[in-house]
Write a protein that binds this ligand. Structure first.
Ligand SMILES: [Zn+2]
Length: 420
């Protein structure tokens, strides 16, 4: 039976896929097609990327707006963190559903099934399969089809770091790849993203996290090659969901809207700002809908904000004006290298839930580096390594996977990638 194995090294930038930092990933590249112009989605955050990889769709179609997102309530719009396990229930209560596009897990439920092992946030894990069509294993709770909880030693209990990634990978290879053999097996590592959020990009701690992820990829690649020698036909995809940039300053966007008289108070529900790291979303309740032009003007006047998309122009970045979403913006960038020679700086949206430190990594916007994940595709038996130069996106992974399995990929925004 044909199978898909997908490994995501969260946050690993394409320009840091270098033999000195990640020899196993680069070694895999020599027997794979590597995609040289690969992009994330907007916003370039893990939870949205997870939903986009799972569905092959941009947020306009699948409906998950960000790592935080506004949900319409009786008096306006409330911003929710998509990370905690309870968010899906809040999304269902507010919108009647979770994702509005089918996931690979749903499409494969009757065609060999899916198993996801993820060590990112609960939201990042569960939006691979938010309605329980297959298996999702995460430290906050593991579930089988029908959202049946998996208990005891069968649940995934690993630390949220590189050591946890490694323990998860060992079990994934032994149990999922060798024994259970689902049509789709996903391994989503928290590194190097987890370390990049706490360390200067290019620092020894960042490099150690890349090496940790690389060791996990080595283990998976070795397992896939061994299974092939036994006759298995496996398409191995190894990549990331987004990159990162170095933080310059945190900009109090909400405070500035209040100061400009465009929002009643910091927590008033008629205008809501949902921070996405180096990007942000603005929701307008119907009674504040006429403020859209004034708010766009106010955002345009901020030096730290670059691109702004509002109303129908949201479609240009794969977003849609639904659920009171009115405006999406990305913070200004600077290409210069940091002290470790890693290029790309960004301002971020101040977020009461986090205290960003200048120099550490962040992502979420349309910047060159945060929008540069990597992707390599190893067809069964391997290929002559080459670089594909046409523009590709993380939304192309799902149609590629389904096409390889001989299943239709209708209703997706992405396109199937070449397998040779
Ligand atoms: Zn991140």
């Amino acid at each position: 039976m044909k199978r898909i194995v997908l490994v995501v090294c969260d946050g690993h930038r394409d320009d840091l896929v270098q033999a000195s930092l990640c020899p196993a990933i680069c070694g895999l590249g020599r027997e794979s097609i590597r995609f040289g112009h690969h992009r994330s989605v907007y916003p370039s955050t893990t939870r949205v990327a997870s939903a986009s990889i799972a569905t092959g769709c941009r947020p306009a179609r699948h409906g998950l707006h960000g790592n935080t997102m506004g949900l319409v309530s009786a008096d306006g719009v409330q911003v929710h963190d998509v990370g905690p396990p309870g968010f899906r229930a809040a999304m269902r209560a507010a919108t009647g559903a979770t994702l509005r596009a089918q996931t690979m897990a749903e499409r494969l439920a009757a065609h060999g099934g899916s198993i996801v092992f993820s060590n990112v946030s609960p939201g990042g894990a569960y939006f691979q399969d938010p309605d329980g069509h297959g298996h999702v294993y995460h430290r906050a709770g593991s579930y089988g089809p029908g959202e049946i909880a998996i208990a005891g030693d069968d649940a995934l209990s690993v630390s949220h770091d590189g050591a946890g990634d490694r323990a998860m990978t060992e079990r994934f290879c032994r149990e999922v790849l060798v024994e259970r053999r689902p049509a789709l097996a996903v391994l989503w590592l928290c590194e190097p993203d987890h370390a990049m959020h706490a360390n200067i990009l290019g620092s020894p701690a960042h490099h150690a996290a890349i090496a940790a992820a690389d060791a996990c990829v080595a283990r998976v690649a070795e397992t896939v090659r061994a299974l092939e020698r036994r006759g298995d036909e496996i398409l191995l995809l190894v990549g990331s969901d987004h990159g990162q940039e170095s933080i310059e300053t945190a900009v109090p966007v909400t405070e500035r809207l209040v100061a400009a008289g465009l929002k009643e108070s910091l927590d008033s529900p008629e205008v809501a700002v949902a921070p996405q790291g180096s990007a942000g979303l603005v929701y307008l309740a119907p009674r504040a809908a006429d403020r859209i032009a004034a708010i766009v003007d106010c955002l345009r006047a901020q030096d730290e904000i670059a691109e702004i998309h509002a109303g129908a122009a949201l479609a240009e970045i794969g977003m849609a004006a639904s659920g009171c979403l009115a405006i999406a913006f990305s913070m200004a960038k600077r290409d210069a290298p940091n002290g470790f020679g890693v290029p790309g700086h960004t301002h971020v949206v101040a977020d009461s839930a986090k205290t960003p430190r200048a120099g550490i990594g962040q992502h979420g916007g349309l910047g060159r580096y945060e929008q540069s994940p990597f992707l390599m595709l190893r067809p069964p038996g391997g290929a002559a390594g080459r670089v594909e130069t046409r523009a590709t996106s993380i939304i192309d992974i799902a149609p590629t996977a389904l096409g390889f399995l001989g299943l239709p990929a209708a209703g997706m925004d992405g396109r199937a990638l070449p397998l040779r």
